[in-house]
Structures are given as C-alpha cells and as structure tokens.
Design a protein around this ligand. Structure first.
Ligand code: PGA
Length: 242
C-alpha cells in the first residue's frame, strides 16, 4: 500500500488526476473503474484540464462505473449517469459506446447484475478509483455480515442515505436500493486508487487501512490488494500519517 499525503483537497485532486493520467498515458486503451460522490469531483476537474490543454486523450479509454441508484433514469440529475456526464464525460473525448454504468431503470435485478458482470469480465479494470463511504462502504457495498463478489442489488444503509440526501430535495426522494459492482470485481482491478478528504473521513480511513479485516468495514478488504494507492489530505490522514 502506498499512501500519499496531499496538502489539501485541491492538491489531492491533482495527485489523483496525475495517477489516472499516467495510467492513460502508459496504456491509452485503459479500462477505468470510476466513482461518483463529492470526493472525485476535483479529480475529474483536473482530468478535464489536462484534456483541454491537449495532454490527455480519452479516445480509447473505457469506463466502468461502480454503481447506480435503482429507478433513476440517466437523465435524472441525481443519477450517477448524469453525474458522470456532467462532471467528466461531456468534457473529454471518451466515446459514448465505451462508457458503462449499471442501468437503474432495469428492474430485473438478476438480469442487470449478470449483464454488468459480463461487461466487467470482458473489460478487466486497469485502475479503479474509489471514494470512501462514511460507514466504510466502497461502491455501494454496505457493511454487512456478508459481502458479494459480483454486481449486486443492495439496500442502502441509513448512513449512506444520510450522507447522500444532500443531493436530493427531500430524504424520501433518495432511492432505497442500488446496483453496485461487487467486492470481487473491485479486488480484481489491477490497481486501486482510494481517495478521501477531510477530518470527517479520518476515523473510517484509519479503520479501513489499519483496522481488522471485516465485512463490517468493506474498505478494510482493500488491505489485501496488491496495488493499493491511497491519496488523502491532512484531515483524512490525521490518524495515519504525521
Ligand atoms: P463522498 O462519498 O465522496 O461524497 O464522500 C464517498 C462514497 O460514498 O463512496
């Protein structure tokens, strides 16, 4: 595991974007596993800057997003498809046919999970970007007695609903279930880049990286990954790096 300590959120975003850009430069046809949430927004801004300045080309890149809310259409501003278009895809030259996100509109959960697992199998992930949930979730793999290897249909934890309700008008509008890439797919990614910002993440980041391996902190399984890179800022790393 390598841990990089950034000065602040902007610096964290630059470091994370540099790592992703290096991946694309070394392998233009990279498969990127991508994440939504507040933390990666700055990283995506930095990637867009690199693209606009002519330093980074996404024409052969494929993306596979971690998760999507069930019932939300891609046009819904709260959907993760919309988030990705708005925060990255609309601003770089990735091809629409190379973008993969679970379909929140497919209510046949078995079929959608199977379809997404096929996508991942055909396109092994070179670099998986991850944020860290307040409860230690990665993707929407929530703390539980068991975790799933493959794509699965999950009930969102109350901690996740609480954290994500800021994006919705009312708490009742937050979908209760989602599709998420499974832990096996995340762990099989060649490289994992975990980003966490702010003191609010300090305790859970410490538990994830130094605590016992437990399905109650899904991110703790990342300790087993061979090529885990963590980028945090002063706040999130306060119990880890001095
Ligand atoms: P955040 O979410 O980046 O908005 O903190 C992280 C997550 O829930 O995975």
């Amino acid at each position: 595991m390598k841990i990089y300590k950034a000065r602040d959120y902007d610096h964290l975003s630059q470091i994370a974007a540099n790592i992703i850009a290096a991946q694309i430069t070394l392998k233009p046809e990279s498969v990127l596993g991508l994440a939504t949430g507040g933390t990666p927004v700055g990283t995506y801004k930095e990637l867009i800057k690199k693209h606009k300045s002519g330093d980074l080309c996404f024409s052969e890149v494929k993306s596979i997003n971690l998760d999507e809310y069930c019932t939300l259409a891609p046009e819904s501003p709260q959907s993760y498809a919309y988030f990705m278009n708005d925060n990255l895809f609309n601003h770089v030259n990735i091809k629409a046919e190379n973008v993969n996100i679970p379909s929140g509109l497919n209510l046949d959960a078995d079929a959608e999970c199977k379809r997404y697992d096929e996508v991942i199998k055909k396109n092994p992930i070179d670099l998986q970007l991850l944020g860290l949930g307040p409860n230690g979730h990665i993707g929407f793999n929530e703390p539980d007695a068991e975790l799933k290897l493959g794509t699965n249909h999950v009930s969102l934890a109350q901690a996740t609903i609480d954290a994500n309700k800021r994006y919705f008008e009312r708490e009742e509008d937050v979908p209760k279930t989602a599709y998420t890439m499974g832990m096996g797919s995340i762990m099989h990614s060649r490289k994992v880049l975990l980003i966490a910002s702010g003191e609010g993440k300090a305790e859970i980041l410490y538990k994830a990286l130094k605590g016992p391996l437990t399905t109650q902190v899904p991110a703790s399984l990342l300790q087993l990954h061979r090529d885990l890179i963590v980028v945090g800022d002063e706040g999130s790393l306060k119990f880890l790096v001095r």
